[in-house]
Design a protein around this ligand. Structure first.
Ligand SMILES: Nc1ncnc2c1ncn2[C@@H]1O[C@H](COP(=O)(O)OP(=O)(O)OP(=O)(O)O)[C@@H](O)[C@H]1O
Ligand SMILES: [Mg+2]
Length: 256
């Protein structure tokens, strides 16, 4: 039996952090948990993930210091394959058995040819939401579609989907967050405990690197907790490899 797990951070709402969190999660599992990771970017025609990787490769070519820094990591970068949704299914199937975790960045629109078939290939979907009504209103039908077309359907691997907060603002009144979580509980949509903080650091390059591990400063923004929680869900049936500290974390006793 294959142990490859297929994961997507996905939503039909634009700009909620799908691409950013797909990278953060892929990089954390690759660099810190040393899982064998691959990424499929079928968010055509944006291909933001593939674009980011190409940009980083160019920066490495242009800067010997950066290239030396990458060499010093002693770890290859994980593959990122850009393709259409239709192509993604066979690419994902070919990866079976070769990788521990495959992250798939999908388009937001549901009526893309091949997307429902691709959903059936996913083991888990994590749905980011911002603390606004539009985000919540887009998530409910998205979760309902995952339920209707994939979860528990013949030939589908989808075990569960989870909503979670991204761009969480701690200083804001929390009533909206609490009420939304209560509503989702009534609708039987599971919710992650972890919340990703809203942070201006998302504008910085280091936050979205596909080739370097995240620094400790960024892991503090709720990312560490999110990855830990995802790991418990994804590997609940097997012992995951322990997560290593980032080099910047070695002064702390706590590690991922
Ligand atoms: N926690 C956060 N705090 C602040 N900014 C964030 C956070 N998460 C994501 N962003 C920013 O929000 C914007 C949208 O993020 P991203 O591109 O990852 O979303 P997306 O859901 O993939 O968007 P699209 O629908 O266009 O594919 C980006 O500018 C990103 O830097
Ligand atoms: Mg995106």
């Amino acid at each position: 039996m294959s142990t490859t797990k297929y994961i997507s951070i996905s939503s039909q709402k634009g700009g909620v952090g799908k691409t950013s969190i797909n990278i953060l999660a892929a990089s954390a599992f690759h660099f810190l948990a040393k899982e064998k990771v691959a990424v499929i970017d079928c968010d055509y025609p944006q291909h933001s993930l593939e674009g980011l990787r190409n940009k980083e490769l160019e920066q490495l070519k242009a800067s010997p210091e950066k290239a030396a820094e990458f060499q010093a990591l002693g770890q290859q970068a994980y593959p990122i394959v850009g393709c259409t949704v239709k192509e993604a299914l066979s690419i994902a199937k070919d990866m079976e058995g070769e990788f521990d975790l495959v992250f798939i960045d999908t388009p937001g629109t549901i009526n893309v040819p091949g997307l429902l078939e691709l959903w059936k290939m996913l083991d888990y979907v994590f749905i980011p939401m911002e603390g606004d009504i539009l985000s919540v209103e887009a998530t409910l039908p998205f979760a309902a579609a995952l339920q209707e077309f994939a979860k528990g359907k013949p030939g589908s691997r989808l075990k569960e989907y989870y909503a979670f907060w991204n761009k969480h603002i701690k200083s804001e009144k929390q009533d909206f967050y609490v009420k939304t979580e209560e509503l989702f509980a009534q609708e039987n949509i599971p919710f992650l405990k972890s919340r990703l903080e809203h942070s201006v650091n998302y504008r910085k390059e280091g936050m979205r690197s596909t080739m370097f591990p995240l620094s400790k400063e960024y892991l503090r923004l709720g990312i560490k907790g999110l990855i830990q929680e995802m790991s418990e869900i994804i590997f609940h049936d097997q012992a995951p490899q322990a997560m290593e500290s980032t080099p910047a974390e070695t002064d702390e006793t706590e590690s991922l």
